[in-house]
Structure formats: structure tokens, C-alpha cells
Design a protein around this ligand. Structure first.
Ligand SMILES: [Cu+2]
Length: 350
């Protein structure tokens, strides 16, 4: 039985059906994924990565995480690991407020929880180390598959303002965390989109980020929700599979193919698209599909340039219309759902 299939990108993937057919204990090893009967699962080639993250004040009252001193951004850097790896994060708090870093999806002890409840945070000016572990899929008797850590996750503050980090989240202390399974296809570009109350990456249209890619580039989107509101993430002209990777694993993969997905506080998902696949280049919108939210500024542009990087016809005009667009000022979270839309769309294609 051949348990490895090679896709057109030359990556090895464990065929789901083969995995399900293999009874008993499986050993999943790194690199080219192999199945070994009769051995416990183990994380081959697992590494411990040590990184330093700086939490810093930014202009406009924001606070961000960064990998260098003076390098903080909103959202913070995309952190990545393979299943089995450990991330040892030294968080330097350069601010005068208590804060922390709290991950979703990975394994950690109470000391690395990031919550005041567990006395796990950085006091003002303090440096503290947090350890995030991860594991590969294992099986136990009865063909029960214990999931690995792989997924599109995220991290955020859990101590600023309140015991839940409500103040830190509002100011921008959040970012994407990706745990990959060995053999996963890697992207050419990555985009983090955070719907945070009525803001996208703490901005409102037309100042929301414009993401760019060239036709055919493999673009990985990581979408994260924060705040206190219900959102739906929609990307124009592109679609993805509603599963772990966002890509179908074969012709009988039962995953739904979607172009719109709930993005609620604390949730995250990710997927990869080939920019402009089947539709061509252009200025495509991404936005919250809760109408009162898109109308009040939760919208932005995914600019797919020609394959050679030049602008496709009409794209600059579309961008100009978007930027000339009148949006009502983003209001407080509570007021947003009750307001009526007042602006007319310019024509980037709804
Ligand atoms: Cu929304």
C-alpha cells in the first residue's frame, strides 16, 4: 500500500483514506510522511525555536508585538511552527502596563497561560518567557485519531485593561499563529486579517490595508476575530475549502467550498488561494458581510496584479473609487448594528 501521494507541487501528503485504513497504532514521522505500524507516534526532527517579542506602544494609542525593538506592528508577526516543535518566546514588555501573550491551539502550562488568573503575565517593564509546545496526530486503540496541533490559530494579550486582555486586544496586541503538518504546501505570500470590533487590523475604510499579489501567486490568508461583535469574512472572486488547509485533498474530499465564513471573537481560520485563479487580475474586495459593518468601513482591497507585476486595466480606477468613497466613521461596537447604511458603493464589484 502506498501511503504517500505526491501532488502537483511535489509535496507529499498522507492520503486520508490510507490513514483510515491502517489499523492499530500509527507512527507519523517528519519529512516525507510515512506510516509505521506498531510504533508510537513521534515528532521526528522536532525543534525548539527561541524568539524574542517586544510589546511596544505605537502611534495613535496602539500597542503592538514585534520581533525587533522598534518593530512592533498591528497585527503582530505571523508565528509559525511544525507539529512537534516548541516555541520559546521571551516577551519584553516595554510599556508601563501589565500585558501578556496567550496562544490558541498549542500546548502550554499554567506558567505560560498569559492570564492574570494564573499569575502569568509581564508586569510593566518586565521580561518573561512563555513556552508553547505542539504535537503530531496520534492514534489509540479503537482507531481513535487524536488530533495534532496543526491549524490556523492566533495569539493575543490576556492581561491589559482587564483580566481578559480586553484593553490589549482593543489596542492591537494580537497576531496569527500557524502550526503546520509536515508536508503542508507553503505559500508565496501571507496575509493576516483581523476583524476587531468595527475595525480591520485596527483600521477603517478607506485606510484598511490593501493586500497585493501577482496573478498565480499562492496567497495564504489567516482570518481572526476579536472584540464583541459577530462578523462574516468574504473575499471576492476567490474561494476555498472549509477544512484545515483550505484546499481539497482529492476528488472525494467532502469539504464544503465557500467564499464567506463566520469570523467571531476568538475564532480563526486560514486558507490558500492562487491569486486571480479562474477570474484574472483586478482590484478585488474583501470585507465583512454583515451589511452594516461593510457600510461603516469593514472593507478593503485585495489587488491582484498581472503576473509580471504591472497594474491590470481598471484596477487603479477601482482603487481611486474605493479611496474616494464616503464611509461613516466607525462607531462604537454597540451602536454599529443599529445604524442604517448611508453610502453608495463605487463599483469595485459587489
Ligand atoms: Cu462585521
Amino acid at each position: 500500500m502506498n501511503d504517500n501521494v505526491v501532488n502537483r507541487d511535489g509535496e507529499n501528503h498522507l492520503r486520508r483514506r490510507s490513514l483510515l485504513a491502517a489499523a492499530g497504532v500509527l507512527g507519523l514521522t517528519g519529512g516525507a510522511v510515512a506510516v509505521t505500524r506498531g510504533e508510537p507516534a513521534r515528532a521526528a526532527a522536532a525543534v525548539t525555536k527561541k524568539i524574542t517579542i517586544y510589546a511596544e506602544n505605537l502611534p495613535g494609542g496602539l500597542i503592538g508585538y514585534g520581533l525587533t525593538r522598534g518593530g512592533a506592528t498591528v497585527p503582530g508577526p505571523i508565528l509559525e511552527m511544525y507539529e512537534g516543535d516548541t516555541l520559546e518566546i521571551t516577551l519584553v514588555n516595554t510599556t508601563t502596563q501589565r500585558l501578556s501573550i496567550h496562544p490558541h491551539g498549542v500546548d502550554y502550562s499554567t506558567e505560560s497561560d498569559g492570564s492574570p488568573f494564573n499569575d502569568s503575565f509581564n508586569a510593566p517593564g518586565e521580561t518573561r518567557t512563555y513556552t508553547w509546545r505542539s504535537h503530531e496526530m496520534t492514534t489509540v486503540a479503537g482507531r481513535r485519531f487524536m488530533p495534532g496541533s496543526a491549524g490556523y490559530w492566533h495569539y493575543h494579550d490576556h492581561a491589559l485593561g482587564t483580566d481578559h486582555g480586553t484593553g490589549g486586544l482593543a489596542k492591537g496586541l494580537y497576531g496569527a499563529l500557524i502550526v503546520r503538518r509536515r508536508g503542508d504546501v507553503l505559500p508565496d505570500k501571507q496575509i493576516t486579517v483581523v476583524f476587531n470590533d468595527m475595525l480591520i487590523n485596527n483600521r477603517t475604510a478607506p485606510n484598511t490595508p490593501m493586500f497585493e499579489a501577482n496573478l498565480g501567486q499562492r496567497v495564504e490568508w489567516i482570518a481572526i476575530g476579536h472584540g464583541s461583535l459577530f462578523h462574516t469574512f468574504h473575499l471576492h472572486a476567490h474561494r476555498w475549502a472549509d477544512n484545515r488547509t483550505g484546499m481539497l485533498e482529492g476528488p472525494s474530499d467532502p469539504s464544503l467550498v465557500i467564499d464567506n465564513k463566520d469570523l467571531n471573537p476568538g475564532s480563526a481560520f486560514g486558507f490558500q488561494v492562487l491569486a486571480g485563479e479562474a477570474v484574472g487580475p483586478g482590484a478585488w474586495m474583501y470585507h465583512c458581510h454583515v451589511q452594516s459593518h461593510s457600510d461603516t468601513g469593514m472593507a478593503g482591497i485585495f489587488l491582484v496584479r498581472n503576473a509580471d507585476g504591472t497594474m491590470p486595466p481598471g484596477a487603479q480606477e477601482a482603487i481611486d473609487r474605493f479611496q474616494g468613497h464616503q464611509h461613516k466613521a466607525a462607531s462604537s461596537a454597540a451602536a454599529a448594528t443599529a445604524t442604517a447604511p448611508t453610502h453608495v458603493h463605487g463599483g469595485t464589484g459587489s
